[in-house]
Write a protein that binds this ligand. Structure first.
Ligand SMILES: C[S@@+](CC[C@H](N)C(=O)[O-])C[C@H]1O[C@@H](n2cnc3c(N)ncnc32)[C@H](O)[C@@H]1O
Length: 258
């Protein structure tokens, strides 16, 4: 396995601004995050290693928007045009600036944001989760159906809740440590693929009316036009259900007692 100096040296040789570029390459290879033509929003983007990798992956028909507290030098690697915004992701005006730059279509949101480290484990963890939540909020707002998300977060007591929130918003989610992360680091990356945009999420309880029957014999209910298959329910039933699984275009639910 490559050690930290290998990645550092490789970054120098291959013209990447930061060894962290290899973390995004590894995440992209494993999860197919960025496709040609994608619009990518990269949060915590300075000095620009991820921007370089994203610009290569998105290609000439893609776009990359990078955001950081720090100024970022122009990126001249990869074919996608890269635009940068200097701002604080905890402030609304930065989110407004991204929305304006993105011009309504975003396919991928990635965040490598990290707080200034104090060395106090719980505090650094809490601040990292706060930044990761800003990234998730941005992804929830900007990603279209099927969009992808990857965010750095330091391990600690609030990680499980954060992972559960990512899991609710995406059809697929995983937590991973790319090889290029330093061994001593407590960072992990939470990945979400196939952004859900329907009106229900796993765990939701609601009253529905069964208006049809699916091929497998499940009842069909429509929630704002979204199809829910309800196990063991017959046409005409009015049932209280809990949503058990959600795919991009339909979901599954089971009747429960109120
Ligand atoms: C590990 S570095 C990112 C490295 C980058 N992915 C690369 O490959 O060059 C983390 C970045 O997060 C930024 N950051 C931390 N808090 C932020 C915030 N509230 N808003 C925007 N950027 C933030 C820092 O300024 C820092 O540049």
């Amino acid at each position: 396995m490559a050690g930290k100096d290998d990645y550092y040296n490789r970054a120098k040789q291959q013209g990447y601004r930061a060894r962290s570029a290899y973390k995004l390459k590894q995440l992209d290879r494993e999860f197919d995050l960025i496709a040609h033509g994608d619009t990518v929003v990269d949060l915590g983007a300075a000095p620009g290693g991820w921007l370089q990798v994203a610009a290569e992956a998105a290609g000439a028909h893609g776009r990359v928007i990078g955001v950081d507290l720090q100024r970022i030098d122009d990126v001249e690697k990869g074919d996608a045009p890269v635009e940068t915004i200097r701002g604080d992701m905890t402030e609304d005006e930065t989110k407004d600036a991204i929305r304006e730059a993105a011009d309504d279509r975003v396919d991928v949101v990635i965040s490598d944001m990290a707080p200034n480290m104090t060395g106090e484990y719980n505090l650094d963890h809490a601040r990292s989760v706060h930044l990761a939540r800003q990234a998730l909020e941005t992804a929830e707002e900007l990603l279209g159906e099927g969009g992808s998300f990857a965010v750095k977060v330091f391990q600690g007591q609030d990680l499980a809740d954060f992972k559960a929130d990512v899991e609710r918003e995406f059809a697929f989610s995983r937590t991973t440590s790319p090889k290029a992360s330093r061994q001593a680091s407590s960072e992990v990356y939470v990945v979400g693929k196939n952004k859900l945009t329907g009106p229900v999420r796993v765990g939701d309880e609601l009253d529905v009316e069964i208006t049809g029957v699916g091929e497998e014999g499940d009842g069909i209910a429509k929630v704002d036009g979204f199809t829910l298959f309800v196990a063991g329910a017959a046409e005409g039933d009015e049932v209280h259900v809990e949503v058990t699984d959600v795919k991009p275009r339909f979901g599954f639910a089971e009747p429960i007692e109120e």
